[in-house]
Design a protein around this ligand. Structure first.
Ligand SMILES: NC(=O)c1ccc[n+]([C@@H]2O[C@H](COP(=O)([O-])OP(=O)(O)OC[C@H]3O[C@@H](n4cnc5c(N)ncnc54)[C@H](OP(=O)(O)O)[C@@H]3O)[C@@H](O)[C@H]2O)c1
Length: 309
């Protein structure tokens, strides 16, 4: 099984990355430190997560200790929705680069295709459509392209873009997006969008690969496959856990995945997925779990003209 994907920018993106959403500040440094020791070289950050500094701190410590070199590490971060104005992109990218403090970021993503006005809250739930910015993501992209020429980001990409938005961007860009980061888990296997991206040489990173199991049981929330007794049974055949079965299955779709964990054992477990191959029958079961049910719907913003789902 391959350990990295080659992006259209020429960069190598390791297939397993550590998700960092909802990691507290101390937790983030600890988790990254455990992850580097376990072999992870890919870290998925975002300005919105508020812990970029702590992720970067742990990376710098490991570089100082001689465990890794900067060039071994692949750090992603993302532009938040309130900063889609073209002239806000570089200042925000500079802020992320200053936070992470490892010189440059390997991948800079537009977090969502839709924007909010800069003066609005970061998650303008009760503000209605007044809070929306109508800046076109093509303009935002022009700002991101400058980030590459300034050496702040090695590659740029998008997140949560649908086929139509991605096609429009591809037709109107100077630098092609290297990645589309989207939700992928067995409930939402995204085979069609993954194929669409592959045909256009855009790599996919799958977020919420474990179905964000902390919300299991909440009304309307899809039951995470990690809790499916059949998947747990499948794992026993290979001496693996349900999480490992799921991550192995997702990687076999030709994507990278970014499971989040705060726990050292689970961080190690989520990286230990390369030494087995699921049978056709087991893959067929995981395929059959697809329900096109999202964990991350963002349906609070579904009236935005650039809403993508
Ligand atoms: N681009 C976007 O819009 C977007 C949206 C959502 C997420 N993301 C990125 O994707 C990353 C992953 O998504 P996510 O954090 O939402 O959810 P996730 O990785 O699907 O699931 C995380 C949950 O699974 C648990 N877990 C992790 N490993 C486990 C294991 N081996 N066995 C059992 N439980 C396990 C974690 O608990 P413990 O921590 O206690 O282990 C946590 O509750 C995020 O952190 C973020 O970096 C991006």
């Amino acid at each position: 099984m391959k350990r990295s994907l080659t992006l259209n920018s020429g960069a190598e993106m390791p297939i397993i990355g550590l998700g960092t959403y909802k990691l507290g500040l101390i937790e983030a440094s600890q988790a990254v430190s455990y992850a580097i020791d376990a072999g992870y070289r890919h870290f998925d950050c975002a300005w919105f997560y508020g812990n970029e500094y702590n992720v970067g701190y742990a990376i710098r410590e490991k570089i100082k200790q001689g465990v890794v070199k900067r060039e071994d590490i692949f750090v992603t971060t993302k532009l938040w929705n309130n900063y889609h104005d073209k002239d806000r992109v570089i200042p925000m990218l500079k802020e992320s680069v200053r936070n992470i403090k490892v010189g440059y970021v390997d991948l800079f993503l537009m977090h969502w295709p839709f924007g909010f006005k800069e003066i609005e809250p970061l998650w303008p739930l009760d503000e209605g459509e007044e809070a929306y910015s109508d800046v076109d993501y093509l303009e935002t992209w022009e700002g991101m392209e400058e980030g590459v020429s300034m050496g702040l980001a090695k590659s740029i990409g998008v997140s949560n873009f649908n086929e139509e938005q991605l096609e429009r961007l591809l037709e109107n860009c100077k630098i092609k997006p290297a990645v589309n980061q989207i939700e992928v888990n067995p409930n939402m296997n995204q085979k069609k969008l993954i194929q669409f991206c592959k045909e256009r040489d855009v790599m996919v990173t799958g977020y919420c690969p474990l179905g964000r199991k902390e919300y299991a049981g909440s009304p309307g929330f899809p039951d995470p496959t990690i809790l499916d007794p059949k998947v747990i049974e499948i794992g026993k055949k290979y001496n693996k856990t349900a999480a490992q079965v799921i991550l192995n299955y997702l990687v076999s779709l030709g994507i990278s995945v970014i499971p989040k964990s705060v726990n050292k054992e689970r961080i190690i477990e989520n990286f230990d997925i390369f030494d087995f191959e699921l049978s056709e029958e087991d893959v067929a079961y995981l395929d059959s779990c697809n329900k096109n049910q999202r964990v991350c719907t963002m349906d609070e913003f579904k009236t935005h003209k650039y809403y993508s789902f």
